[in-house]
Design a protein around this ligand. Sequence first.
Ligand code: NAD
Length: 331
Amino acid sequence: KIFAYSIRKDEEPYLKEWAAAHPEVTVDYTADLLTPETAKQAAGADGVVVYQQLDYTPETLRALADEGITKMSLRNVGVDNIDMATAKELGFEITNVPVYSPNAIAEHAAIQTARILRQTKVLDRKIESGDLRWAPTIGREVRDQTIGVIGTGHIGQVYMQIMEGFGAKVIAYDVFHDPKLEEAGYYVDSLDDIYQQADVISLHVPALKNTIKMINDESIAKMKDDAVLVNVSRGALVDTDAVVRALDSGKLFGFVMDTYENEVGIFNADWRGKEFPDARLKDLIDRPNVLVTPHTAFYTTHAVRNMVVKAFDNNLALVNGETPDTPVKVG
Ligand code: NAD
């Protein structure tokens, strides 16, 4: 028996599809988050499938273990909100879904890149107001741009392919060189090469000590005038105040952001009729050359299906004492 927490409406069809394909497993679920209070709902289950921003606290993990459940499969990547010391002490086995659809995120980045270059937000606003004149809203063709990709992992590589499909020249920087890309000659030697040569700079690295605020006043100063910055990766990679200064001065032509430094508690919430909690973010949303999305790059039917199906597959493997595809190191 597998019990799933915080199942959203858009996940239900995939959960039902998985359950139908596994008649030997009893699948039950709730929309509730996993907390010390809701742990009882999983009573009798062999494993749980979960996904939440809320912390998996020592109390929560203990409450699950009290029900005899120590096999937990996340439908997402991040494990920073799990109290690993307690999980280890209680003998938890945990899995996540590190790759569910690189295309979802890469495609979003590519679409937004093209929209910035063709000034579609400006055009939409003009058209809605009844102004159907062409000038001065002239577009830049993607094929005329040099696209600088920072991070050539799962998502960065798909973004590179899409941008090449548009006919753009693509250059890349990564601390690890993928042999295929190396052979094809994509890599430049340094970040400075990217900043100096690229018209569009797209970030596809994780937030680590040496990548946090990598985009700051100093790196922006090295960029070409009228550069476009794309961040669908992690808000922490960018010093947002520095980007605002570069938008004000006209140094940056545009900014794409699907992630934001202070997004937790702000994104994926309805602020209509309420006071907006972040004046800087509101200012960015209002700008014609900034495209803000609330961490929705991943949010496609394909990705959601994979998150559900892969998490259930992993959990069933744990329950059956088999090796799951993507175990998480506990401790
Ligand atoms: P990945 O692990 O496949 O690739 C990351 C790449 O970054 C690797 O090739 C790695 O070598 C490189 N890298 C690490 N440190 C570096 C550094 N200091 N300089 C240059 N390169 C460095 O990851 P991925 O699946 O492609 O994900 C990339 C990013 O996208 C992650 O930060 C992830 O959090 C983010 N993401 C965003 C969304 C969204 O909805 N917006 C969804 C999923 C992932």
